[in-house]
Design a protein around this ligand. Structure first.
Ligand code: TXA
Ligand code: MG
Length: 353
């Protein structure tokens, strides 16, 4: 299949009306279009068309029990696809929609089981990215979109990542430049008595608590439970996602001890003839010795660290790095979201010093 690749400037979406109309037509006919959102690039199909959802699973190589998020652009489109919206969810939507937040509700018959991965519930998100919002409206209201990567690879944060994974497999890729957040949306489940975080993201626990009061964290996503067989409620969280091809280890502890340990480990690997990658920060990059040292950003700005994480993991693949070491990023603002992805990428392999 020939994949059409078009560029749309998020600041001037109005200039691309004809192109976005065309993309909307492709979706209405059951085709697939990858597009930028503020979190990561999404692979879009008509959420109400079971055949389109099947095509999404096939293009990604995704297990069909892993449900898709339905993206909407206007609040009035929420009510037809869900049975009820609790007051707390309405408050959260008023504060954080459009934005990097996904909420889970009981679904109506309008949402096919192909889209919900066989579940009686549906995940809904209203992205704030202007290209995403314009595309959803051009499509008619409901776009199912997982992250636009091959299943198991890090989520795409630039169009080039989507091209690497999906060129030739889908109808169109819309290049809207680099995304802003770089980690997938926070998922909050409203089908239980107390709202539960199923996936941490940019909207963190404190921000949710301000609006909702008590909020729980799904025990299945906590690092402490990783090897105890406690299953995450979001089916996608159980897969070893975000995995680079290299063998990644996280080293945690005081900054000086971490630097010394990573240098010791990387020297040993290099002596064996391995190509070594290191995930460092602005503050530490000059302190390491290895083949491929990647500066992920400054510790004073963990949003920058989040934005670059998946890109660095993909770069290691591109550079054919064999073994990689990373500092730990248990930062206050986005630390939970960053470490959730980094720990999975490392297969929960952590060394404490
Ligand atoms: O930021 C994002 O959410 C991006 C952009 C494209 O919007 N999308 C995204 O989709 O990350 P995906 O498919 O890669 O991740 C969706 C996650 C999976 O872990 C899936 O299992 C979970 O949401 N999920 C979807 N529907 C669910 C449901 N009804 N119940 C529990 N988990 C659900
Ligand atoms: Mg994904």
């Amino acid at each position: 299949m020939n994949t059409e690749i078009i560029k749309v400037d998020p600041e001037h979406v109005g200039d691309a009306e004809a192109e976005l109309q065309h993309a909307g037509e492709i979706l209405k006919k059951g085709g697939l279009v990858a597009f930028p959102t503020e979190t990561v690039y999404g692979l879009g199909g008509d959420a109400l068309n079971p055949e389109a959802s099947k095509k999404i699973y096939a293009a990604k190589g995704r297990p069909s029990d892993n449900p898709l998020i339905v993206h909407i652009a206007d609040m009035e489109h929420l009510y037809p696809i869900v049975k009820k919206v609790p007051e707390a969810a309405k408050r959260l939507a008023a504060k954080y929609w459009p934005g990097p937040l996904t909420m889970i509700f009981e679904k109506t018959d309008l949402v096919p089981y192909e889209t919900s991965g066989g579940l009686p519930t549906v995940a809904v998100r209203m992205p704030v990215h202007p290209v995403a919002a314009a595309l959803i409206r051009a499509e008619g209201g409901y776009i199912a979109a997982p992250s636009a990567n091959t299943s198991g690879r890090p989520s795409p944060t630039i169009a080039q990542h989507v091209i690497e994974d999906l060129n030739g497999k889908i109808d169109m890729i819309i290049d809207g430049g680099q995304v802003n957040i770089g980690l997938e949306s926070t998922i909050v489940d409203f089908t239980e008595d107390v709202p539960v975080i199923l996936r941490p993201g940019y909207i963190n626990k404190e921000m949710l608590e301000e609006v909702l009061g008590e909020v729980k964290i799904d025990p299945g996503i906590l690092d402490a439970n990783a090897n105890k067989g406690i299953r995450p409620k979001a089916p996608g969280m159980k897969y070893r996602h975000y995995a680079p091809k290299c063998d990644l280890t996280i080293v945690e502890g005081s900054p000086e001890a971490v630097i010394a340990k990573i240098n010791e480990l990387s020297s040993a690997e290099m002596a064996k003839g391995k190509k070594v990658g290191i995930i460092a920060t602005d503050e530490t990059r000059g302190r390491y010795h290895a083949d491929d040292i990647r500066d992920i950003g400054s510790r004073t700005d963990d949003k920058e660290i989040a934005r670059h994480l998946f890109e660095v993991l993909r770069d290691f693949d591109e550079d054919k790095v064999d073994v990689a070491f990373s500092e730990s990023f248990d930062t206050p603002r986005m630390g939970m979201a960053i470490m959730n992805r980094l720990l999975k990428a490392a297969g929960h392999h952590v060394i404490s010093v």
